[in-house]
Write a protein that binds this ligand. Sequence first.
Ligand SMILES: Cc1cc2nc3c(=O)[nH]c(=O)nc-3n(C[C@H](O)[C@H](O)[C@H](O)COP(=O)(O)O)c2cc1C
Ligand SMILES: [Fe+2]
Ligand SMILES: [Fe+2]
Length: 385
Amino acid sequence: MRLSERIRYVGVNDMITELFERQWPLPFGVSYNSYLVVDEKVALIDTADIQFEEEFLSNIKAEIGERKIDYLVVNHMEPDHSALQSAIRREYPSCEIVTNAKAAAMIEGFNGITEGIKVIKEGECLPLGSVNLRFFMVPMVHWPETMVTWCEEEKTLFSGDAFGSFKVVDKSVIDSEPTTFEEYEDEMTRYYASIVGKYGGPVQTALKKLGGLEISRICPTHGPVWENHITEVVGLYDKLSRYEASHGVCLAYGSMYGNTEKAALSLAEALKARGVECGVHDLTKENYSFALRDVFKYDTVILGSPTYNNGIFPPVRQLMQGICDRMVKGRRFMAFGSFSWAAASVNLLNEMAVAAGFEILNEGITFKQGYDPAKFDAESLSSLV
Ligand SMILES: Cc1cc2nc3c(=O)[nH]c(=O)nc-3n(C[C@H](O)[C@H](O)[C@H](O)COP(=O)(O)O)c2cc1C
Ligand SMILES: [Fe+2]
Ligand SMILES: [Fe+2]
């Protein structure tokens, strides 16, 4: 598919994989984007997931026929983009791999390739004929070897996972009707929160480094090619990487026998009645990435957990640990939960929230055994938000 005369999309959609990285659900699938720059020389930028070799190679053939690929540019070595490097080498034996030193070591480690690798440095230029590719290192977005590739003549940034999103690109690869920013915003936020979330600092460094480029097309490795919503997409990344959130609540809970759940739902009702935006997540039914998405989106986190083996109920502990692992900053926090003989979960959650530097809205509500509105005043708790 042509993005311009010289830039072609050769990515694939994945509606088969249920869990990305074997942990993040893909209700709308995911795409593995790869691009060809067709000039006097032909460069392929990144590859695709191992399951899609045949389709990927045939997409390339559809664009360049019997021409050969001169360069394979490797921006990032996570196997969702690097697993087909050996297939490209087999099909195009003279193709030179162009990447940085850290990625080159990983290419050997993952794929056993040591020959025909051109190691480039920050800012170095690869001439293709009428256009040049230039490389900028963006370490820890979200691996250490990560770089982006810039084509000045096309004002195009091949950004790797940065600005990427879950959800296949089945309507239009480019973000023009019916493919809109709004349609991808949630899945882009969930991708960011799950995978990149810990690396807000490096993302900020990368945004500053790339800020001077005049970009009219962003080609990420997942999700749409951004041409019409660059301001929104870059703005979202800037906001997420600064851990900036809008007013609202991520209300997530787990419950074995429904008591903590009843409290959660009554609080959700009370928040709704006040017009507070609130994402409600039952962590026993839903993967925690959806709640993590809302932790990045909203300024207030409220968690409900029964006490379990003198601790936090495991699905809730997983989310709270996920929040701490990602070094989320600047949130307001409250916890609640049922117990039977000795309450522990709320205090433990509060300790984690204090360690994360969160503002504690109140000491938390623990209630013994059955849920009873007299023990859990949802109305007054909602007024704290
Ligand atoms: C395996 C298991 C371990 C538990 N551990 C504790 C505990 O250490 N301390 C406590 O007070 N209650 C403990 N409980 C009791 C629950 O916290 C209590 O039943 C609570 O009401 C459950 O809330 P829920 O209805 O929201 O699931 C445990 C329950 C189970 C099933
Ligand atoms: Fe990645
Ligand atoms: Fe990726």
